[in-house]
Design a protein around this ligand. Structure first.
Ligand SMILES: NC(=O)c1ccc[n+]([C@@H]2O[C@H](COP(=O)([O-])OP(=O)(O)OC[C@H]3O[C@@H](n4cnc5c(N)ncnc54)[C@H](O)[C@@H]3O)[C@@H](O)[C@H]2O)c1
Length: 270
């Protein structure tokens, strides 16, 4: 039995990386309709086309509230329900150029830009998911993609870390609000650590062969499983949270990090 049979889902940032993997996994698990959204239109259309009739693509800049209103209204008009919203779109702020993102030198515009996409985008996604799910009256599941960077300090990417920490807290407010409203809408967060996606390109740029391998190994040297995670491994967790198998799970946080946060650098060596 397909685990997401009959469900209609919307994912943000679905043109590549973790979002595309979640879209693929949802379709493989029988989702009735998978609406992929992003601002990278050509890539998003190609991913949707590769998934067949059950998938479609539309532009959605998560910072734009009018776009959220249009997208959710279109889905309700077309399918009469919206069961799952995955707030996945995110930026580190380190994508373009070498501007510093530490607490002493980060600029206010850079700080705000990261929060606008990661935090405001997630706020808007939760808001319009709740409204659409209330209207459809079928309950639902909201999944916010935070980061292990929201659980610890990241001196070189402080806006990213702060925005992901705020997503952690907002997830709990949404979960409690929906439960209090008797809506049967659950909200949970996933906290990945290093997952190999295009997000890592700026940090690996210009390296090849042994140099690239060494750089990749250096990023996961402290990870007990000693490797990057795969987008499909995050998608498997998203399938669980989207499905009715997790019907008693809300306001929870799921770390997927190869064991990174299980220990501490201060632990005695074996
Ligand atoms: N890859 C990792 O190691 C890692 C670790 C922890 C958390 N995450 C989180 O997982 C999520 C997905 O990351 P990824 O690694 O797949 O990154 P990615 O850069 O490969 O994909 C992010 C997608 O979000 C889209 N996007 C950016 N700004 C947007 C906007 N304003 N509106 C709509 N879409 C927008 C991009 O176009 C892109 O397709 C992000 O929230 C990221 O912070 C990733």
């Amino acid at each position: 039995m397909a685990r997401l049979a009959g469900k209609v889902a919307l994912i943000t940032g679905a043109s590549r990386g973790i979002g595309a993997a979640i879209a693929r996994a949802f379709v493989a698990e029988g989702a009735a309709q998978m609406v992929l959204t992003d601002v990278l239109d050509e890539a998003g259309k190609a991913v949707a086309a590769s998934l067949g009739q059950a998938a479609s693509y539309q532009t959605l800049d998560v910072r734009d509230e009018a776009a959220w209103e249009r997208a959710t209204a279109d889905i309700l008009a077309a399918f009469g329900r919206l069961d799952v919203v995955v707030n996945n779109a995110g930026i580190t702020g380190l994508e373009t150029g070498s501007a510093r993102h530490d607490p002493e030198f980060a600029s206010l515009p850079d700080w705000r830009a990261v929060h606008e996409t990661n935090l405001d985008g997630t706020f808007l996604g939760c808001k319009h998911a709740i409204r659409a799910m209330r209207q459809a009256g079928q309950g639902g599941s909201i999944i916010n993609i935070a980061s292990r960077s929201g659980l610890v300090g990241i001196p070189g990417a402080c806006a990213y870390a702060a925005s992901k920490a705020a997503i952690r807290n907002h997830t709990k407010s949404v979960a409690l609000y929906c439960a209090g409203q008797g809506l049967a809408v659950r909200c949970n967060a996933i906290f990945p650590a290093a997952i190999m996606t295009p997000m890592w390109a700026p940090l690996l740029a210009g390296l090849e062969g042994a140099t690239l391998d060494a750089r990749i190994a250096s990023f996961v040297a402290d990870t007990p499983l000693r490797r990057f995670g795969r987008p499909e491994e995050v998608a498997a967790l998203a399938v669980l949270l989207a499905s009715d198998e997790s019907s008693y799970v809300t306001g929870s946080e799921f770390v997927i990090d190869g064991g990174l946060l299980a220990g501490a650098a201060a632990s005695p060596k074996q």
